[in-house]
Design a protein around this ligand. Structure first.
Ligand code: HEM
Length: 424
């Protein structure tokens, strides 16, 4: 591997290497296949200045930022506000939904608030709670596959991968399924706050409407569960205690909204990307068909090889250094998780999709450390069951399209627009 360039220039004309890497996440080539660009970044400009941010592409550097205390997620709301332009100047209450979401949702909070929230929600996401969902996930997945199997095909994203996490979340929260697609659509708007680069100031009004309506709806459900508790996760979250501390009703509603925002599209694309990876690597599909117990490690390999969440952000809370490059307090850092997952310094033969790898534990598809994905276990089990059912029987699966298009609605997410399949 080439040595990294000496990257010091504060204006971002940053590399001593003459051959600078072009990074344009909006280009169709990058959408189709971002991995050669990531490889070039790791080799030539591992910490690279781009408009307003630093790109970090090597596994060791990504991990160092996620592990360390010098970078925070709690400053992301400031970036959102800056992007929103009028947000600061708006009349009090105009952006009340967005304000409460970015002030209190677990993704944006810092310790001690962050640790407190994780303690109070942990028991609905821990390994015991996830394992208990296996029968429900299997039942929903079988139900969704029944008609497509009879019909001889499906559009795997709309018919299956979109609905499985949506219906499971409704089931866990005790919501009617009809509410699932409404929550999904509100959450898709709210998710823009995690990817504010793509937001024009005018988008903030529609995001505010979506967040406000979603929170009003969920608050109604939370109040109802307070009066009449059940065995759903909303009732469990309301009953949770840490000594004298408990979640407020608003925090319970925000946790539910956050689950849809962080967990729906990501899980959908984990399933979609996984189906595609297996179909494009027939030797690995054959291994899985011969040993369905490999479905869990196939899921991990999809998270490494084609992760639905390609990057995450941090802001430096003090002057810091990454891979020998100075980062100033307040600067934004984009951690290229998908690049770290292909780092040849950590993974043998990183560009091969291999479901029996021994080095899978090192992937950062669910992040790392105290902010690692809260719902990772659940998403993992949903995808594992999807692959068990799809590749565990006698039905042969084929792609029913020559060309597939990757979604272009979000920079941080990677998944297809459609995935038509034929069953035989
Ligand atoms: C394939 C599916 C998923 C992927 C790839 C994924 C990925 C991630 C990643 C990479 C992070 C860390 C972000 C960071 O460090 O900035 C994260 C955090 C988080 N995820 Fe997931 N996620 C998935 C599914 C879910 C689900 C199903 C839920 C909830 C039901 C969920 C809830 C969260 C929450 C609340 C956080 C923030 C944790 C914190 O800040 O402490 N995710 N996720």
């Amino acid at each position: 591997m080439a040595l990294p360039g000496t990257v010091k220039d504060r204006k971002g004309v940053a590399s001593a290497t003459p051959d600078r890497v072009r990074f344009n996440p909006f280009s169709p080539e990058f959408r189709r296949d971002p991995y050669p660009v990531y490889a070039a970044l790791r080799a030539r400009e591992p910490v690279k200045r781009v408009v307003g941010s630093w790109l970090v592409s090597r596994h060791a550097d990504v991990l160092a930022v996620l592990r360390g205390r010098l970078f925070s997620s709690s400053r992301i709301p400031e970036l959102v506000k800056r992007r929103g332009g009028g947000l600061e100047r708006a009349a009090a209450g105009d952006y009340g939904g967005i304000e409460s979401f970015i002030a209190k949702a677990i993704v944006f909070t810092e310790n001690p608030d962050h640790a407190r929230l994780r303690r109070l929600v942990n028991n609905v996401f821990d390994s015991g709670a996830v394992a208990a969902e296996r029968p429900a996930i299997e039942a929903i997945a079988r139900e969704l596959l029944a008609q497509p199997l009879a019909d001889g095909g499906m559009e795997a994203l709309a018919d299956f991968a979109d609905r499985l996490p949506m219906y499971l979340m409704c089931h866990r929260m005790g919501l009617p399924r009809e509410m699932g697609s409404v929550m999904r659509d509100w959450a898709a708007e709210a998710r823009m706050l995690l990817d504010p680069t793509l937001m024009a100031p005018a988008d903030f009004a529609s995001v505010e409407t979506a967040v406000r309506e979603a929170l009003a709806c969920l608050t109604g459900v939370v109040e109802e569960r307070k009066r009449r508790p059940g065995n759903d996760i909303i009732s469990i979250l309301l009953a949770n205690r840490d000594r004298d501390d408990r979640l407020s009703e608003q925090e319970v509603a925000l946790t539910c909204l956050m689950s849809f925002v962080a967990g729906h599209e990501t899980t959908k694309h984990l399933i979609g990307n996984g189906i595609l990876c297996l179909l494009r690597h027939p030797d690995q599909e054959a291994l899985l068909r011969a040993g369905p117990a490999l479905a869990a490690s196939a899921t991990e390999e999809v998270l490494r090889f084609e992760p639905p969440l390609q990057q995450t952000k941090r802001v430096a809370i003090a002057d810091a250094e990454i891979g020998g490059v100075e980062i100033r307090e307040g600067e934004q850092v984009l951690l290229l998780l998908a690049s770290a997952n292909r780092d040849e310094a950590v993974f043998a033969d990183p560009d091969r999709f291999l479901i029996t790898r021994g080095d899978l534990q090192a992937h950062v598809g669910f992040g790392y450390g105290m902010r690692a994905c809260l719902g990772g276990g659940l998403a993992n089990l949903e995808a594992t069951i999807a692959f068990e059912l799809l590749f565990g029987g006698d039905v042969r699966i084929e792609l029913a399209a020559d060309e597939l298009e990757w979604q272009d609605g979000a920079v941080i997410l990677r998944g297809m627009k459609q995935l038509p399949l034929r069953f035989r």
